[in-house]
Design a protein around this ligand. Structure first.
Ligand SMILES: [Mn+2]
Length: 486
């Protein structure tokens, strides 16, 4: 709403003082030298641009945010992504998204821009501004001529580079998940789940509890690069979006990355039918395939929905019981039993020197690493980690800033280490929230939104928030031509 009002005010202001906002509309066919004497306005939906930034001509690429949806009903986002082509295609990296009504002023004094775009420190603080308005981009150079330049990336290979790069990931996903991506037949499903449970019994990075069984904690090595996905609630497309963006899949394939799903991958939410359990079965099939494919790199933490409990209910729909009934009916008693074993074997907390994550909340009772490792049969601690929420007037048992601090401390983590939880959708217009309740480096990520998938991913020593548009990934992947038809 704020965005809408701002836009309206800007429009009124512009109509009152048109000369102040005048910019020349240019159709760029070749390298165009930007000048501080005039602003230019370009529509670049059809092809991407290269910016050569003053003073050292650092090349940056500006692409319409790539969409794989070819159907006419897909929503054009009007967004652009701005990135450093030297790193964008090779490793997990950050970028800027210019949404409608956004402006970015590029310059070398901003450490974030230097880190994300590899802009040199020599670049003046205000070098070039780019604004997006209804998909039209306005460029304004702030430095004496000749300043920066922009050129269209006409060559076919470049125009389609981002889309081709994503298409390649889709083919890889099809190799991992099967062609087509579909629910497994019962016999294959149980064989897969048994394999997963075998892995969990001897899972890597799981300190043992006092009975010698896998404990409640995943302790990741310092050198692992972690990607964290929040509650998916049966949104299979959202999982596939995550795996087809950035270089997450490539980093998993190269053994460089660790994927941590922080629970509640099942049971639909929001506007979907709450009693529909088949998409949850498919979701778990896919997660199990990932686990078998990357046994030392994919971890699933237990959420409150990872249970057959009768207490799991939404708007009067007993999702826990329905889930149990569906598994029994569709896949047999043995499968349901194996799923119970899976739940029993799950960890509750994952951490490394760079982050700590659990499904719902830092514990409010006094705790220690040892207690969390020995969480089996500790119902109270399970409820705190997997089902609590922020403290509020009507929820005095919720967690607060002091609990976030204590959580880091009990794991011997530095003060500014990101604490990441899921479980609570904080507003309908987003999927990820930062510094929640004014608690610094405290993130809530909820990855089952219909429009955008939020996740946290590590770049260098730090985890950063990322958001990606949701697309109909299942149908896109299943409609890809086979290798021989390419
Ligand atoms: Mn939950």
């Amino acid at each position: 709403m704020a965005r809408f009002i701002r836009k309206l005010l800007k429009k009124l202001f512009k109509s009152a003082f048109p000369n102040l906002f005048w910019s020349e509309e240019v159709n760029i066919k070749d390298t165009y030298q930007l000048s501080d004497k005039k602003k230019i306005k370009v529509h670049i939906r059809d092809y991407p641009f290269q910016i050569n930034l003053y003073p050292d001509d650092k090349a940056l690429h500006l692409y319409p945010e790539p969409s794989l949806n070819c159907s006419s009903d897909s929503v054009a986002t009007n967004s652009y992504i701005l990135f450093d082509p030297d790193s964008f295609y090779s490793d997990i990296c950050r970028f800027y998204r210019l949404q409608d009504d956004d402006t970015i002023t590029l310059g070398g004094s901003d450490p974030e821009q230097r880190a994300i775009l590899n802009i040199s420190k020599k670049t003046p603080a205000r070098t070039l501004s780019i604004s997006n308005e209804d998909g039209w981009l306005t460029f304004k150079s702030h430095v004496p001529n000749p300043g920066s330049s922009i050129s269209p990336l006409f060559k076919d290979k470049k125009v389609k580079r981002v889309v081709n790069w994503r298409q390649k990931k889709l083919r890889r996903l099809r190799e991992i998940f099967g062609n087509p991506i579909a629910l497994l037949p019962p016999d294959e499903a149980i064989a897969l789940l048994q394999k997963v449970n075998e892995i969990l019994e001897h899972e890597k990075h799981r300190p043992r509890d006092k009975d010698g069984r896998p404990g409640g904690v995943v302790a990741l090595p310092d050198e692992s690069t972690t990607v964290i996905v929040g509650d998916l609630h049966a949104k299979v497309d959202n999982l596939l979006v995550v795996l087809s963006q950035n270089n997450f899949l490539e980093a998993l394939d190269a053994g460089r990355a660790t994927l941590v799903i922080i629970g509640d991958a099942v049971h639909p939410e929001g506007d979907t039918a709450l009693d529909e359990m088949v998409s949850s079965m498919l979701m778990m099939d896919l997660i199990f395939k990932l686990k078998v494919h990357f046994p030392k790199q994919v971890f699933y933490l237990r959420g409150n929905h990872d249970s057959f409990s009768e207490e799991i209910a939404k708007h009067g729909i007993p999702q826990g019981l329905l889930w149990e009934k569906t598994l029994r009916k569709q896949r047999g008693k043995a499968y349901k039993k194996e799923m119970s074993r899976f739940y029993e074997l799950l960890p509750y907390v994952a951490y490394s020197r760079h982050f700590v994550a659990c499904h719902a909340a830092p514990p409010v009772s006094s705790t220690s690493l040892g207690k969390i490792i020995n969480i089996r049969n500790n119902r109270k601690l399970y409820n705190e980690l997997a089902d609590n929420r922020l403290r509020q007037a009507n929820r005095p048992s919720g967690y607060a800033k002091s609990d976030v601090k204590r959580f880091r401390k009990c794991l011997d983590l530095a003060k500014n280490t990101p604490v990441i939880v899921g479980h609570t959708c904080l507003s309908l217009d987003d999927t990820l929230w930062e510094n929640v309740n004014d608690i610094e480096n405290h993130y809530v990520v909820y990855s089952s939104d219909n429009r955008r998938v939020g996740l946290m991913a590590q770049v260098g020593d730090r985890l950063y928030p990322f958001r990606y548009p949701v697309e109909s990934m299942m149908s896109i992947i299943n409609a890809l031509p086979g290798e021989e038809e390419k």
